[in-house]
Ligand binder design. Structure first.
Ligand SMILES: Cc1ncc(COP(=O)(O)O)c(C=O)c1O
Length: 394
């Protein structure tokens, strides 16, 4: 049986919430699989794949002409992406991903020997590695502030306040990865500003998930367009506050070295610029879907779906202060032990094999979760099917 066999075809509403008509036709996803992990790698819609294929064919028809025309086209793509997230174009640079954006930001800030880089216990693993590498290079330390899963915005601010005071830089998530929570970023920026400490916002999930994702007053914000905005992978933006622009440099030293930001990020040597140029096709698709309204309906569907999956798995949906619109956690029962990264991956693979579902498995403070995603291609039937198949596993 495939997921499409059971996927409801028309408008479907499990509760009184707005009904959502899924649009898998806009993607090329394998209908035999339940695709419930958009949050990890995104999924590129058909229109953006086709735009990328056309651009790639054009580049191979005449590579010299392609590279000659590239600067203007990259600049146009950059402006479109900046406008889509409401960013100040003059401070919006293209980077391949948030890992690169955060690394760039860490190279720009002053972290003296003995300094402190502050992160929370929700920090994405690879971003934390970046903080640790910079701490090692500068003779500084990384200070992790534990934040409980269900902390309220007031509690998050109160927990961070003592660590922020006197820190060299603070790294905060806009939407956390393992815990699918929207952090009170505006309040944390205010806290850092009043302490005179620069703040880097990891906005990996921001574009397409958070309305107006670029927060006022952040020193740096990095966001992926290849997650919720569905751009081809390798498309991300780094927004830099005016006071940091002259000293913020790309990781790759190339011909644009002497240009100023954002142009000096446009040219990263001989590379594949197709994803940046094709990203607009994904934004067009979301605009045509009226994505903000669609996202609200998808979000309501996901909330119902997560309850169903939790019941089936013998788990529960934790009461988060601000769950991410398009990701939900299902806490697994204590009998399911996920001790390390290898066990996380083993469980993901088992769910893929035995339930035919792509679902993320995360761990926070020793508790294991299924992290369920929803995008416009998902329908309520996806969660019903997962719920029907899970009891065999747990
Ligand atoms: C919160 C968060 N930060 C950073 C990243 C890293 O994104 P990328 O691999 O595109 O650099 C992710 C990826 O899932 C994430 O969830």
């Amino acid at each position: 049986m495939t997921s499409s066999d059971c996927r409801p075809q028309g408008l479907t509403s499990v509760s009184n919430r707005p009904a959502w008509r899924p649009r898998p036709d806009l993607w090329t996803l394998d209908p035999a699989v339940l695709h419930l992990n958009h949050g990890s790698w995104g999924a590129v819609p058909r229109a953006a794949q086709e735009a990328a294929a056309r651009l790639r064919a054009e580049s191979e028809a005449n590579p010299a002409a392609w590279f000659r025309a590239l600067p203007d086209r990259v600049a146009a793509a950059r402006r479109r992406l900046a406008a889509w997230v409401g960013a100040d174009e003059a401070g919006f640079a293209l980077v391949p991903n948030v890992s690169a954006g955060v690394t760039v930001a860490l190279t720009a800030v002053d972290v003296p020997p003995g300094g402190r880089i502050v992160v929370t216990s929700h920090c994405y693993g690879a971003v934390r590695f970046a903080a640790e590498r910079f701490a090692r290079l500068r003779g500084a330390t990384v200070v992790e502030v534990p934040v409980p899963l269900t902390a309220s915005p007031d509690e998050v601010v109160a927990l961070l306040a003592p660590a922020v005071s006197g820190a060299s830089v603070v790294l905060v998530d806009q939407v956390t990865s393992a815990t699918a929570t929207v952090f009170p970023v505006a309040r944390l920026i205010e806290l850092c500003r009043s302490a005179g400490v620069p703040v880097i916002v990891d906005g990996a999930h921001g574009p397409g998930l958070v309305p107006l994702p670029v927060p006022e007053g952040a020193d740096f914000w990095a966001g992926n367009f290849h997650k919720w905005a569905c751009a081809p992978r390798g498309t991300a933006g780094l927004v830099v506050a005016p006071r940091w622009r002259s000293r913020t440099m790309p990781l790759v030293v190339s011909w644009s070295e002497q240009a100023s930001l954002p142009e000096r990020f446009d040219w990263q040597a001989t590379a594949d610029y197709v994803p940046w140029l094709a990203a607009g096709a994904a934004l067009d698709m979301l605009d045509e879907l009226d994505w903000p309204a669609a996202r609200a309906a998808v979000s309501a569907m996901l909330a119902d779906g997560a309850d169903e999956v939790a019941n089936a798995a013998g788990g529960e949906v934790p009461e988060l202060a601000a769950p991410a619109a398009t990701m939900r956690l299902v806490a697994l029962p204590p009998s399911v032990r996920v001790e390390d990264k290898a066990a996380e991956e083993a469980l993901r693979r088992r769910i893929a094999r035995e339930a035919g579902a792509e679902v993320n498995v995360t761990v926070h403070a020793g508790q294991a979760f299924l992290r369920l995603s929803a995008h416009a291609y998902n329908g309520p039937g996806d969660y019903e099917l997962l719920a029907a198949r899970l009891p065999v596993l747990f």
